[in-house]
Design a protein around this ligand. Structure first.
Ligand code: SAM
Length: 486
């Protein structure tokens, strides 16, 4: 396509072609339905405030209520549930409590550590934990400081804690590692410290990077930033341990098995969860055909959000080196301008697993997706005109859909006939140009034999109409849950 042909001048305003996107909108418009049962809070981590085990604030998480709603509405009969972007395991724990057998895949050690800690918490001896926590209240953490456990800073976390507080943190870690014999209790204590790293630091998580408070030695930028109260380590850790203990001892929170005639007091239902750490691009291909009833997931959005920078403190706490963080950043589903193309890696992988035909099929489906090629073409023209604030945005969008094509193909393969996928995702806009993520992914899903049942929208309504999808500056973008069926 001649790139200039997609740009027209009308009334001295630049308007762009949206032929392909318009056609896609018309194809799916009857499926785009505002669902009043889904509001923004239900789809965000915020709705978990009231629920138990919400100790670590994972901003990208969705809520237990959303998962419960999806199960009740779409697949009430338990079976096998898969979440290939498991995060801190919201869908896995919620479904497991509703008697589902669950399989999760998560790349970042942050989510994996949180999932392991939460499963471990369910089997912990609460009275023993309570005794240890009482003992901890009497301790001066800095007395236990040991250089051996010094915080393993990354370049982007160095100076994140007031010095005296870092000494206390390291003393606490050293105390846990040397004086707590029970591994489950030790892990919960370490998890409590992991949960409060941001609270005791000069930093605030801010999507693409960490923001630094003006009191830190690193604060730069023109505008002074204050994150408000920075908690003392001892106050923060006692508060977090009290919260954990209270949740674990809360009788109302006890999950009893209805079929167990003599449930043990204080016992939580055992979690039926199989967790794989690594990239879902490699792990879903290892799952058997037609074996999954329900996929409930939320991939990263194509919004430049950098998980590896946002969770740098937590990655450092878990011992990740600079190289490991870089490797994780590149392995993640492409959603930042730094992500490089994974085509060669995927091609080699599919050759290795003797499924090169599938690779070709996925690759060509991606290349044939007209609406996507239309947006990429327009953005390319903007790039040449110097209108794109980062030229790698095009590469990011291309790579995102390329990799998602593999994810969707594999999900369609592992799903049983009649199985359902519920995917939470947001549309995005670059240089005022809408990328209808919901329509493009639904179309790719249909190429792989799935049927789009609904594109449920949240918030105010249906988002842009077909006419509005060109360059419209600050227009409303759909936030959706897509429901696809096999
Ligand atoms: C939107 S979050 C999911 C949050 C989750 N629904 C929850 O409630 O915690 C997306 C997750 O995908 C993970 N992720 C990104 N790329 C991945 C990949 N290639 N394989 C597996 N997980 C990946 C990220 O680390 C992140 O935790």
């Amino acid at each position: 396509m001649d790139k200039n042909s997609i740009l027209e001048k009308s009334n001295s305003q630049l308007t762009t072609s949206n032929t392909q996107r318009g056609a896609l909108y018309n194809k799916y418009k009857s499926k785009i339905i505002h669902n009043p049962c889904l509001d923004r809070t239900l789809v965000s981590f915020q709705a978990n405030k009231e629920t138990q085990f919400s100790w670590f604030k994972y901003r990208e998480g969705f809520s237990e209520k959303l998962v419960t709603y999806l199960i009740d509405t779409l697949k009430p009969k338990p079976g096998a549930l898969l979440d290939p972007f498991a995060g801190v395991g919201t869908s896995l724990f919620t479904a497991s409590d509703l008697n589902w057998q669950t399989i999760g895949i998560e790349l970042l050690p942050v989510g994996v550590f949180a999932i392991e800690a939460k499963s471990n918490a369910r089997t912990i001896h609460v009275e023993a934990l309570s005794l240890v926590i009482n003992q901890i209240q009497t301790i001066n953490f800095s007395d236990y400081y040991d250089q051996q456990y010094a915080f393993n800073h990354l370049a982007i976390t160095s100076g994140a804690f007031p010095e005296s507080q870092e000494v206390e943190l390291v003393g606490y870690i050293s105390y846990c590692k040397n004086h707590i014999q029970d591994i489950s209790i030790r892990n919960i204590l370490l998890f409590a410290a992991f949960c409060i790293l941001e609270d005791i630091s000069y930093t605030r998580k801010d999507g693409q990077y960490l923001r630094w408070d003006y009191r830190s030695s690193r604060s730069r930028g023109k505008k002074e930033f204050s994150k408000g109260e920075i908690l003392l380590f001892k106050d923060a850790i006692h508060k977090k341990l009290a919260q954990i203990l209270s949740d674990l001892s809360n009788k109302d929170a006890v999950q009893l098995d209805l079929f167990d005639p003599k449930p043990e007091k204080g016992a939580f239902k055992e979690v039926n969860l199989q967790l794989h750490q690594g990239t879902c691009l490699e792990i879903i291909p290892t799952i058997t055909n037609n074996s999954i009833d329900f996929v409930v997931t939320s991939p990263p959005y194509v919004n430049r959000y950098d998980y590896t920078r946002t969770y740098a403190l937590e990655l450092a706490f878990l011992g990740c080196s600079e190289d490991e963080v870089k490797r994780l950043r590149q392995t993640m589903l492409s959603c930042t301008v730094e992500n490089r193309d994974k085509r060669d890696i995927l091609e080699k992988h599919y050759i290795q697993i003797n499924r090169y035909d599938d690779f070709i099929k996925i690759d060509s489906t991606f290349n044939k997706q007209g609406a996507l090629q239309e947006v990429l073409g327009i953005l390319e023209t903007y790039k040449q005109q110097g209108k794109l604030n980062n030229v790698n945005i095009i590469r990011m969008i291309r790579n995102y859909f390329y990799e998602m094509s593999f994810v969707i193909y594999e999900l369609a393969r592992v799903l049983k006939p009649g199985g359902v996928i519920a995917m939470v995702n947001d549309n995005v806009q670059y240089a005022g140009e809408e990328v209808p993520v919901d329509l493009i992914l639904s179309d790719i899903a249909e190429s792989f034999g799935l049927t789009t049942k609904y594109i449920w929208t949240l918030g105010r309504g249906k988002g842009n109409s077909s006419q509005q999808m060109g360059n419209h500056g600050r227009s409303e973008l759909r936030k959706c849950v897509y429901i696809w069926e096999k």
